[in-house]
Design a protein. Structure first.
Length: 241
């Protein structure tokens, strides 16, 4: 399960530069998905507006909490009039839907794009872990928001969030199952292991300050998560009891 010289781990700075381009595609897809109730019909204008609204909401939610934030607070922070905000959403529930859609869409698309053409096994798993953690480093407000606000979501949005979050976990399960089928990983419960992998990654952005105080950066943490899984999954290590 060792990597070759051609399988150099994904670099954070390179990933950061490339993500800036892909974000525009995500906002475009978000606009297309929600165009039926967004009244701004010029796509370029609508995309800029969506970006401003989402980034302002995440900033405010981080400082005061989403439920304490009002749409007037959002207007003051974003520079939109209340009428301008209502051209995109009808209420805070619509806003919440936009925020969740944006984050899960970006995460799922980026993971899929970065891993789908990789060979099964260690390199694919290593890349998926790094992509997920790098995204959380570049979008800490959304990752924290999505996790912390989940318990307060309306029932329908909570069900939707669970479903979307499950899609991310499914992607890791597929990578694990694919590696097992190719005998590159030893046989194990892929569903449980995917859940444990996600829990280890969540610890990075939920306890971010603790790791920073220890001098641990995101690349080091990603490598540690991968190394733990590599040791467990290596067929040469034998069954662990």
């Amino acid at each position: 399960m060792t990597q070759t010289a051609d399988d150099t781990p994904l670099d954070f700075e390179s990933f950061k530069k490339e993500l800036n381009f892909s974000k525009e595609d995500i906002y475009r897809e978000l606009y297309q998905q929600n165009g039926h109730h967004i009244r701004i019909k010029k796509e370029a204008v609508a995309i800029r507006g969506l970006r401003t609204i989402i980034e302002s909401t995440l900033t405010l939610a981080t400082s005061s909490g989403f439920h304490a934030m009002s749409l007037r607070d959002l207007c003051a922070h974003s520079g939109f009039s209340i009428g301008g905000i209502y051209a995109y959403i009808k209420n805070k529930e619509d806003l919440l839907h936009l925020i969740q859609s944006y984050g899960f869409l970006l995460t799922r698309k980026t993971l899929d794009t970065r891993t789908r053409d990789l060979p099964p096994g260690p390199v694919k798993l290593h890349t998926a872990i790094r992509v997920h953690l790098f995204l959380s480093e570049l979008m800490p407000t959304w990752f924290s928001f999505s996790f912390m606000e989940a318990r307060n979501l309306p029932d329908l949005e909570k069900q939707r969030t669970v479903r979307l979050s499950g899609q991310i976990e499914d992607l890791f399960m597929d990578i694990l199952q694919e590696g097992m089928a190719q005998k590159l990983f030893r046989q194990a419960d892929a569903r449980l292991l995917a859940a444990l992998t996600k829990a280890m990654m969540q610890d990075w952005y939920l306890r971010h300050s603790r790791y920073r105080r220890q001098g641990i950066d995101v690349g080091t943490y990603a490598q540690q998560v991968y190394d733990i899984l590599q040791h467990y999954l290596d067929p040469a290590s034998g069954e662990i009891h």
